[in-house]
Design a binder for this molecule. Structure first.
Ligand code: FA5
Length: 343
Protein backbone atom coordinates (compact mmCIF):
# COMPACT_ATOMS: atom_id res chain seq x y z
CA UNK A 1 0.00 0.00 0.00
CA UNK A 2 2.59 2.54 1.06
CA UNK A 3 4.81 1.38 -1.79
CA UNK A 4 2.15 2.41 -4.34
CA UNK A 5 1.72 5.74 -2.65
CA UNK A 6 5.47 6.36 -2.71
CA UNK A 7 5.51 5.65 -6.44
CA UNK A 8 2.58 8.02 -6.99
CA UNK A 9 4.40 10.75 -5.04
CA UNK A 10 7.53 10.20 -7.13
CA UNK A 11 5.45 10.42 -10.31
CA UNK A 12 3.75 13.68 -9.20
CA UNK A 13 7.16 15.15 -8.32
CA UNK A 14 8.73 14.10 -11.61
CA UNK A 15 5.82 15.42 -13.65
CA UNK A 16 5.69 18.73 -11.76
CA UNK A 17 9.45 19.29 -12.05
CA UNK A 18 9.41 18.54 -15.78
CA UNK A 19 6.45 20.88 -16.28
CA UNK A 20 8.17 23.60 -14.22
CA UNK A 21 11.36 23.31 -16.27
CA UNK A 22 9.36 23.73 -19.48
CA UNK A 23 7.02 26.50 -18.25
CA UNK A 24 7.05 29.55 -20.51
CA UNK A 25 5.46 32.08 -18.15
CA UNK A 26 4.89 32.97 -14.50
CA UNK A 27 1.18 32.17 -14.98
CA UNK A 28 2.08 28.65 -16.14
CA UNK A 29 4.26 28.19 -13.03
CA UNK A 30 1.37 29.25 -10.77
CA UNK A 31 -0.89 26.69 -12.46
CA UNK A 32 1.69 23.91 -11.94
CA UNK A 33 2.07 24.85 -8.27
CA UNK A 34 -1.69 24.84 -7.81
CA UNK A 35 -2.11 21.43 -9.49
CA UNK A 36 0.76 19.71 -7.68
CA UNK A 37 0.96 21.41 -4.28
CA UNK A 38 -2.32 23.31 -3.81
CA UNK A 39 -4.88 22.46 -1.08
CA UNK A 40 -6.83 20.22 -3.41
CA UNK A 41 -3.75 19.43 -5.53
CA UNK A 42 -2.44 15.96 -6.34
CA UNK A 43 0.01 15.70 -3.43
CA UNK A 44 -2.54 16.86 -0.83
CA UNK A 45 -5.05 14.31 -2.06
CA UNK A 46 -2.54 11.50 -1.71
CA UNK A 47 -1.43 12.61 1.73
CA UNK A 48 -5.02 12.54 2.89
CA UNK A 49 -4.70 8.70 2.79
CA UNK A 50 -1.96 8.81 5.49
CA UNK A 51 -4.49 8.15 8.20
CA UNK A 52 -5.15 4.66 6.76
CA UNK A 53 -1.47 3.62 7.01
CA UNK A 54 0.39 2.01 9.86
CA UNK A 55 2.98 4.01 11.78
CA UNK A 56 5.93 2.97 9.62
CA UNK A 57 4.02 3.65 6.39
CA UNK A 58 2.79 7.03 7.67
CA UNK A 59 6.36 8.01 8.51
CA UNK A 60 7.90 7.02 5.21
CA UNK A 61 5.08 8.43 3.07
CA UNK A 62 5.00 11.62 5.15
CA UNK A 63 8.73 12.15 4.67
CA UNK A 64 8.56 11.35 0.94
CA UNK A 65 5.69 13.84 0.55
CA UNK A 66 7.67 16.61 2.25
CA UNK A 67 10.76 15.91 0.16
CA UNK A 68 8.69 15.84 -3.03
CA UNK A 69 7.04 19.14 -2.04
CA UNK A 70 10.40 20.85 -1.45
CA UNK A 71 11.79 19.51 -4.71
CA UNK A 72 8.81 20.82 -6.68
CA UNK A 73 9.01 24.17 -4.86
CA UNK A 74 12.73 24.40 -5.67
CA UNK A 75 12.08 23.60 -9.34
CA UNK A 76 9.33 26.23 -9.49
CA UNK A 77 11.56 28.88 -7.82
CA UNK A 78 14.48 28.12 -10.18
CA UNK A 79 12.26 28.44 -13.23
CA UNK A 80 10.66 31.63 -11.88
CA UNK A 81 14.00 33.29 -11.44
CA UNK A 82 15.12 32.17 -14.95
CA UNK A 83 11.94 33.61 -16.50
CA UNK A 84 12.37 36.92 -14.64
CA UNK A 85 16.01 37.24 -15.73
CA UNK A 86 15.00 36.55 -19.34
CA UNK A 87 12.32 39.26 -19.13
CA UNK A 88 14.86 41.82 -17.85
CA UNK A 89 17.37 40.82 -20.54
CA UNK A 90 14.70 41.22 -23.25
CA UNK A 91 13.73 44.67 -21.94
CA UNK A 92 17.37 45.76 -21.88
CA UNK A 93 17.98 44.45 -25.39
CA UNK A 94 15.02 46.53 -26.62
CA UNK A 95 16.42 49.65 -24.98
CA UNK A 96 19.98 49.25 -26.18
CA UNK A 97 21.46 52.45 -27.64
CA UNK A 98 23.67 52.16 -30.67
CA UNK A 99 25.87 55.27 -30.59
CA UNK A 100 27.00 54.64 -34.17
CA UNK A 101 23.45 54.85 -35.55
CA UNK A 102 22.80 58.09 -37.49
CA UNK A 103 20.50 60.53 -35.65
CA UNK A 104 16.92 60.68 -36.93
CA UNK A 105 16.29 63.74 -39.13
CA UNK A 106 14.41 66.33 -37.12
CA UNK A 107 13.07 69.65 -38.28
CA UNK A 108 15.52 72.19 -36.86
CA UNK A 109 15.12 75.95 -36.95
CA UNK A 110 17.35 78.36 -38.83
CA UNK A 111 18.38 81.97 -38.81
CA UNK A 112 15.62 84.42 -39.69
CA UNK A 113 16.21 85.98 -43.15
CA UNK A 114 16.26 89.49 -41.60
CA UNK A 115 18.88 88.34 -39.12
CA UNK A 116 20.95 86.92 -41.99
CA UNK A 117 20.96 90.25 -43.83
CA UNK A 118 21.75 92.07 -40.57
CA UNK A 119 24.68 89.75 -39.85
CA UNK A 120 26.02 90.08 -43.40
CA UNK A 121 25.82 93.88 -43.15
CA UNK A 122 27.68 93.78 -39.83
CA UNK A 123 30.43 91.60 -41.37
CA UNK A 124 30.64 93.86 -44.39
CA UNK A 125 30.96 97.06 -42.34
CA UNK A 126 33.36 95.36 -39.96
CA UNK A 127 35.61 94.65 -42.97
CA UNK A 128 35.45 98.37 -43.84
CA UNK A 129 36.76 99.29 -40.38
CA UNK A 130 33.44 100.11 -38.71
CA UNK A 131 32.72 99.17 -35.08
CA UNK A 132 29.36 97.45 -34.54
CA UNK A 133 27.53 98.96 -31.53
CA UNK A 134 24.32 97.96 -29.82
CA UNK A 135 21.74 100.30 -28.31
CA UNK A 136 18.57 100.25 -26.21
CA UNK A 137 15.19 99.58 -27.85
CA UNK A 138 13.57 101.65 -25.10
CA UNK A 139 15.23 105.01 -25.63
CA UNK A 140 15.00 108.41 -23.97
CA UNK A 141 13.11 111.17 -25.73
CA UNK A 142 16.41 113.06 -25.64
CA UNK A 143 18.48 110.62 -27.73
CA UNK A 144 15.62 109.60 -30.05
CA UNK A 145 14.43 113.15 -30.79
CA UNK A 146 15.85 116.15 -28.98
CA UNK A 147 19.57 115.50 -29.47
CA UNK A 148 18.74 114.96 -33.15
CA UNK A 149 17.44 118.51 -33.49
CA UNK A 150 13.80 117.41 -33.17
CA UNK A 151 12.42 119.45 -30.24
CA UNK A 152 8.99 118.72 -28.71
CA UNK A 153 6.14 119.67 -31.08
CA UNK A 154 8.45 119.63 -34.11
CA UNK A 155 6.44 118.40 -37.14
CA UNK A 156 9.09 115.69 -37.80
CA UNK A 157 7.68 113.88 -34.76
CA UNK A 158 4.44 113.30 -36.67
CA UNK A 159 6.17 111.07 -39.22
CA UNK A 160 7.72 108.99 -36.44
CA UNK A 161 4.94 108.64 -33.88
CA UNK A 162 5.69 106.02 -31.27
CA UNK A 163 4.77 104.70 -27.85
CA UNK A 164 5.55 107.22 -25.12
CA UNK A 165 5.98 106.16 -21.50
CA UNK A 166 6.01 108.34 -18.41
CA UNK A 167 9.41 109.76 -17.53
CA UNK A 168 10.47 110.49 -21.11
CA UNK A 169 11.03 106.92 -22.36
CA UNK A 170 9.97 106.01 -25.90
CA UNK A 171 10.17 102.90 -28.04
CA UNK A 172 12.86 104.10 -30.42
CA UNK A 173 11.56 105.06 -33.84
CA UNK A 174 14.90 104.75 -35.60
CA UNK A 175 18.49 103.74 -34.87
CA UNK A 176 19.59 107.38 -35.27
CA UNK A 177 19.46 107.77 -31.47
CA UNK A 178 22.73 105.87 -31.50
CA UNK A 179 24.49 108.75 -33.28
CA UNK A 180 24.76 110.95 -30.18
CA UNK A 181 25.22 107.97 -27.85
CA UNK A 182 28.17 106.72 -29.97
CA UNK A 183 29.80 110.16 -30.20
CA UNK A 184 29.51 110.63 -26.44
CA UNK A 185 30.82 107.14 -25.69
CA UNK A 186 33.60 106.87 -28.28
CA UNK A 187 34.48 110.47 -29.20
CA UNK A 188 35.72 111.64 -32.62
CA UNK A 189 37.02 110.41 -34.97
CA UNK A 190 34.74 107.37 -35.17
CA UNK A 191 33.24 104.90 -37.61
CA UNK A 192 30.27 102.88 -36.28
CA UNK A 193 27.22 100.97 -37.40
CA UNK A 194 24.29 100.33 -35.05
CA UNK A 195 21.81 97.68 -36.21
CA UNK A 196 18.60 96.95 -34.34
CA UNK A 197 14.86 96.82 -33.94
CA UNK A 198 12.76 99.98 -34.12
CA UNK A 199 9.07 100.75 -33.57
CA UNK A 200 6.54 103.18 -34.97
CA UNK A 201 2.86 103.86 -34.51
CA UNK A 202 2.30 103.04 -38.16
CA UNK A 203 -0.66 101.88 -40.19
CA UNK A 204 0.46 98.59 -41.67
CA UNK A 205 0.47 97.95 -45.39
CA UNK A 206 2.56 95.93 -47.85
CA UNK A 207 5.67 98.04 -47.20
CA UNK A 208 5.08 99.42 -43.68
CA UNK A 209 5.36 97.57 -40.36
CA UNK A 210 5.05 98.87 -36.81
CA UNK A 211 8.15 96.87 -35.81
CA UNK A 212 11.08 96.67 -38.20
CA UNK A 213 14.87 96.84 -38.35
CA UNK A 214 17.36 99.50 -39.33
CA UNK A 215 21.10 99.83 -39.54
CA UNK A 216 22.54 103.20 -38.67
CA UNK A 217 25.93 104.21 -40.04
CA UNK A 218 27.99 107.11 -38.71
CA UNK A 219 31.43 108.36 -39.71
CA UNK A 220 32.95 111.44 -38.03
CA UNK A 221 36.41 112.69 -38.87
CA UNK A 222 38.25 115.71 -40.25
CA UNK A 223 37.39 116.48 -43.87
CA UNK A 224 34.49 114.01 -44.27
CA UNK A 225 32.21 114.89 -47.23
CA UNK A 226 29.22 113.58 -49.20
CA UNK A 227 31.75 111.91 -51.53
CA UNK A 228 32.76 109.57 -48.64
CA UNK A 229 29.09 108.83 -47.93
CA UNK A 230 28.42 107.89 -51.54
CA UNK A 231 31.59 105.79 -51.77
CA UNK A 232 30.67 103.74 -48.69
CA UNK A 233 27.08 103.13 -49.84
CA UNK A 234 28.22 102.28 -53.40
CA UNK A 235 30.67 99.76 -51.91
CA UNK A 236 27.91 98.31 -49.71
CA UNK A 237 25.64 97.75 -52.74
CA UNK A 238 28.47 96.30 -54.85
CA UNK A 239 29.18 93.73 -52.13
CA UNK A 240 25.49 92.96 -51.54
CA UNK A 241 24.71 92.40 -55.22
CA UNK A 242 28.13 91.13 -56.38
CA UNK A 243 28.65 93.93 -58.95
CA UNK A 244 28.68 97.74 -59.22
CA UNK A 245 25.19 99.22 -59.03
CA UNK A 246 24.20 102.69 -60.29
CA UNK A 247 23.09 105.03 -57.46
CA UNK A 248 21.74 108.56 -57.18
CA UNK A 249 21.35 111.03 -54.32
CA UNK A 250 18.17 113.09 -53.93
CA UNK A 251 17.60 115.94 -51.49
CA UNK A 252 15.38 115.01 -48.55
CA UNK A 253 14.70 116.68 -45.22
CA UNK A 254 15.76 115.12 -41.93
CA UNK A 255 16.31 117.64 -39.08
CA UNK A 256 19.54 115.91 -37.97
CA UNK A 257 21.46 116.13 -41.27
CA UNK A 258 22.40 119.08 -43.47
CA UNK A 259 22.26 118.55 -46.36
CA UNK A 260 19.69 115.78 -45.98
CA UNK A 261 19.53 113.17 -48.74
CA UNK A 262 18.09 109.86 -49.83
CA UNK A 263 20.13 107.35 -51.81
CA UNK A 264 18.42 105.33 -54.53
CA UNK A 265 19.91 102.43 -56.49
CA UNK A 266 18.95 101.30 -59.96
CA UNK A 267 16.16 98.71 -59.90
CA UNK A 268 17.68 95.24 -60.20
CA UNK A 269 14.60 93.76 -61.84
CA UNK A 270 14.18 96.10 -64.84
CA UNK A 271 17.70 97.59 -64.80
CA UNK A 272 16.28 101.10 -64.73
CA UNK A 273 13.66 100.71 -67.48
CA UNK A 274 10.71 100.90 -65.06
CA UNK A 275 8.59 98.08 -63.60
CA UNK A 276 6.00 97.40 -60.87
CA UNK A 277 8.65 96.89 -58.16
CA UNK A 278 10.23 100.32 -58.71
CA UNK A 279 6.83 101.90 -59.43
CA UNK A 280 7.99 102.63 -63.02
CA UNK A 281 10.72 104.99 -61.76
CA UNK A 282 13.72 102.72 -62.44
CA UNK A 283 15.05 103.49 -58.92
CA UNK A 284 14.62 101.94 -55.46
CA UNK A 285 15.23 103.85 -52.23
CA UNK A 286 17.99 102.40 -50.06
CA UNK A 287 18.20 104.81 -47.15
CA UNK A 288 17.95 108.26 -45.68
CA UNK A 289 21.33 109.91 -45.19
CA UNK A 290 23.26 113.18 -45.12
CA UNK A 291 25.95 115.20 -43.41
CA UNK A 292 25.58 115.23 -39.61
CA UNK A 293 24.03 118.55 -38.49
CA UNK A 294 26.43 120.75 -36.43
CA UNK A 295 23.89 120.78 -33.58
CA UNK A 296 23.98 116.97 -33.46
CA UNK A 297 27.80 116.97 -33.38
CA UNK A 298 27.61 119.43 -30.49
CA UNK A 299 25.09 117.22 -28.66
CA UNK A 300 27.66 114.42 -29.06
CA UNK A 301 30.40 116.64 -27.55
CA UNK A 302 32.19 116.82 -30.93
CA UNK A 303 33.63 120.14 -32.16
CA UNK A 304 31.77 121.03 -35.41
CA UNK A 305 34.52 123.50 -36.34
CA UNK A 306 37.03 120.69 -36.56
CA UNK A 307 35.01 117.59 -37.47
CA UNK A 308 32.37 116.76 -40.06
CA UNK A 309 30.51 113.50 -40.49
CA UNK A 310 27.98 111.59 -42.51
CA UNK A 311 25.16 109.32 -41.32
CA UNK A 312 22.73 106.96 -42.98
CA UNK A 313 19.87 104.71 -41.85
CA UNK A 314 18.88 101.70 -43.94
CA UNK A 315 15.73 99.60 -43.59
CA UNK A 316 16.86 96.00 -43.24
CA UNK A 317 13.42 94.44 -43.70
CA UNK A 318 13.02 96.10 -47.09
CA UNK A 319 16.50 94.98 -48.16
CA UNK A 320 15.54 91.43 -47.14
CA UNK A 321 12.34 91.73 -49.17
CA UNK A 322 14.34 92.77 -52.23
CA UNK A 323 16.75 89.89 -51.84
CA UNK A 324 14.00 87.26 -51.64
CA UNK A 325 11.32 88.99 -53.75
CA UNK A 326 8.92 89.15 -50.77
CA UNK A 327 5.89 91.15 -51.86
CA UNK A 328 4.40 92.02 -48.45
CA UNK A 329 6.36 93.15 -45.38
CA UNK A 330 3.67 91.76 -43.06
CA UNK A 331 5.01 88.26 -43.70
CA UNK A 332 8.48 89.18 -42.45
CA UNK A 333 7.85 89.36 -38.69
CA UNK A 334 4.69 87.21 -38.75
CA UNK A 335 6.49 84.15 -37.36
CA UNK A 336 4.37 82.11 -39.80
CA UNK A 337 6.15 78.80 -40.46
CA UNK A 338 4.67 78.59 -43.99
CA UNK A 339 6.73 81.74 -44.71
CA UNK A 340 9.84 80.98 -42.65
CA UNK A 341 10.07 77.41 -43.99
CA UNK A 342 10.95 78.81 -47.44
CA UNK A 343 14.38 80.09 -46.41
C1 FA5 B 1 14.93 107.42 -40.74
O1 FA5 B 1 14.47 106.62 -39.92
C2 FA5 B 1 16.17 108.18 -40.49
N1 FA5 B 1 16.58 107.96 -39.13
C3 FA5 B 1 17.24 107.73 -41.47
C4 FA5 B 1 18.46 108.61 -41.49
C5 FA5 B 1 19.57 108.24 -40.76
C6 FA5 B 1 18.48 109.79 -42.23
C7 FA5 B 1 20.71 109.03 -40.76
C8 FA5 B 1 19.59 110.57 -42.23
C9 FA5 B 1 20.72 110.20 -41.51
P1 FA5 B 1 13.14 106.89 -42.56
O2 FA5 B 1 11.94 107.15 -41.74
O3 FA5 B 1 13.06 107.23 -44.00
O4 FA5 B 1 14.43 107.59 -41.99
O5 FA5 B 1 13.49 105.32 -42.44
C10 FA5 B 1 14.69 104.80 -42.95
C11 FA5 B 1 14.42 103.47 -43.63
O6 FA5 B 1 13.70 102.62 -42.73
C12 FA5 B 1 13.52 103.58 -44.86
O7 FA5 B 1 14.30 103.83 -45.99
C13 FA5 B 1 12.88 102.22 -44.92
O8 FA5 B 1 13.72 101.28 -45.55
C14 FA5 B 1 12.78 101.84 -43.45
N2 FA5 B 1 11.41 102.08 -42.95
C15 FA5 B 1 10.86 103.24 -42.55
N3 FA5 B 1 9.62 103.06 -42.11
C16 FA5 B 1 9.34 101.74 -42.23
C17 FA5 B 1 8.22 100.91 -41.92
N4 FA5 B 1 7.10 101.40 -41.38
N5 FA5 B 1 8.29 99.59 -42.17
C18 FA5 B 1 9.44 99.08 -42.69
N6 FA5 B 1 10.53 99.79 -43.00
C19 FA5 B 1 10.50 101.11 -42.77
Amino acid sequence: MSEQILQAIAAIEAQARAAAAAAASLEALQAIERDALGKSGQLSQILRGLKDLDDAGRKSVGQAGNVAKRQVEAALAARKSALESAAIAAALAGERIDPTEPAPRRAVGHEHPVKTVMRELEELFDSMGFTVVDGPEIETDFFNFEALNIPPHHPARDTQDTFYAEGGAVLRTHTSGMQVRAMRNLGAPLRVVAPGRVFRNETQDASHEHTFHQLEGLVVDEGISVAHLKAVLDELLARLFGERVATRLRPHHFPFVEPGLELDFQCRLCMGKGCATCKQSGWIELCGCGMVHPKVLQAGNVDPERFTGFAFGLGIDRLTMMRHAISDIRWVMSGDLRFLGQF
